[in-house]
Design a protein around this ligand. Structure first.
Ligand code: ATP
Ligand code: MG
Length: 380
């Protein structure tokens, strides 16, 4: 079995393999790039696993004229920029002991050991520089069937690194066969170890949740998280019920994790997932307007296309109603509108706070009229 793609044939990538192999070290593509190439979906970043230790990788790559960044040298990872392409090169590793937050590892020269410490069988696939696939654990049938299964015994693997619970649901959401169901043994192990999530950093949880909620249809994964008591630990006060309806209403719209997060609710997603200030602001605006009476056009004027669409779709999903007819055209009408009365129309009769109050009142009337009141109506 062979994978192919422009990214494999890139001269910088091939040159990097060539110098490692020439120095006598095994080097293989691994993880996401091999998995995605086999699934024929876009390859985002290139991970390479090698028998060479990180200092040796650095020396060899620098001698070949490539730029080397010591990304995580203590974990065995350096980034090599070869002719404009970044490669995360990680020395083969085996697990030794763990604290449940990050696996503690030792370097290895054996690809089978390296495979055994990876999270899921579909992520433990390797390929040589020519694209020929190496499958030390027999993960290919799982990938073909789009089954997300832990490498080894799920309970033990989760206790080594509780982030694997979130990764299990993330990979299920993004890659699994929706008709295949979730791996029962993996799910049970996640449920039984749910409290381990408490020790994880919010940043890492947030990063996994974003990727998961950005999947085409994250509803089955999130529902499984809710049923196994994991969602309430991650996002207290949230409710997964409306998510499936939202995804259905979205149709062919590009997925947005922010929209899915808004429909889940939750007491404090900003804190729970360490969202940025901007992200917290957008989440709050959308959630506030879900309960407002503003029409699609008014939302378009006030929030712009993206947030207005999120509000309309979340409202419909949460209240189990159809979105208003022509809602997208209505939002566009709002986006293209400008309020017909400005401060200049009221001055100098009104000034200061009185002016502000009047403008506010006029704006509210205009929004309530679905943007149809004209200047003369509003000044009357
Ligand atoms: P993507 O980049 O699309 O998110 P990926 O599979 O490349 O997917 P990464 O987080 O980049 O995911 O990790 C690269 C590889 O490292 C994974 O495919 C997996 O083999 C391994 N890996 C990553 N995180 C863990 C973990 N917590 N436990 C065990 N193995 C892991
Ligand atoms: Mg990756």
């Amino acid at each position: 079995m062979k994978i192919s793609g422009d990214w494999i044939n890139h001269s910088g990538t091939q040159a990097l393999f060539a110098v490692l192999v020439k120095a006598g070290y095994q080097a293989l593509f691994v993880g996401g790039c091999v998995r995605n190439a086999l699934l024929e979906v876009a390859v985002a970043d290139i991970d390479i696993a090698t028998a060479a230790r990180p200092e040796i990788v650095s020396n060899i790559a620098e001698a070949a004229g490539f730029r080397v960044i010591p990304t995580g040298i203590e974990h065995g990872t350096v980034t090599v920029i070869a002719r404009g392409v970044a490669h995360e090169v990680t020395t083969f590793r085996r697990d030794v002991e763990t604290d449940g937050r990050r696996a503690v590892v030792a370097f290895s020269t054996d690809v089978a050991e390296d495979a055994a410490r990876r999270d899921f069988t579909m992520n433990a696939l390797y390929a040589g520089a020519d694209g020929s696939v190496l499958d030390p654990l027999g993960g290919l049938p799982d990938l073909t069937a789009r089954r997300v299964r832990f490498v080894g015994e799920p309970q033990a693997r989760i206790r080594e690194d509780y982030l694997r619970i979130l990764r299990f649901f993330r990979f299920y959401a993004v890659y699994a066969d929706p008709n295949g169901g979730i791996d029962a043994e993996g799910l049970a192990a996640c449920a039984a170890n749910a409290e381990g999530i408490e020790g994880l950093s919010r940043e890492r949880i947030g990063a996994e949740m974003r990727k998961m909620l950005g999947a085409r249809d994250p509803a089955p994964a999130v529902t499984a998280m809710a049923q196994s008591g994991i969602l309430m630990r991650i996002l207290p006060g949230s409710d997964a019920k409306a998510l499936g309806i939202l995804v259905h209403l979205e149709g062919d719209l590009p997925p947005r994790w922010q929209r899915r997060l808004a429909v889940l609710g939750g007491a404090d997603p900003g804190e729970a997932l360490r969202l940025s200030r901007t992200e917290i602001g957008s989440n709050t605006i959308v959630r506030d307007e879900i309960g407002s009476a503003l029409t699609s056009a008014a939302l378009g004027w006030k929030l712009g296309t993206e947030a207005a669409s999120d509000v309309v779709l979340c409202r419909a999903a949460l209240f189990e109603t159809a979105p208003p007819e022509n809602w997208q055209a209505e939002i566009a009408r709002g986006v293209a509108s400008s309020i017909p009365v400005t401060a200049a129309d009221l001055m100098p009769t009104l000034q200061g706070t009185a002016l502000g109050k009047k403008l506010h009142e006029i704006q509210a009337r205009w929004l309530a009229s679905d943007l149809y009141l004209r200047k003369s109506d509003l000044l009357a």
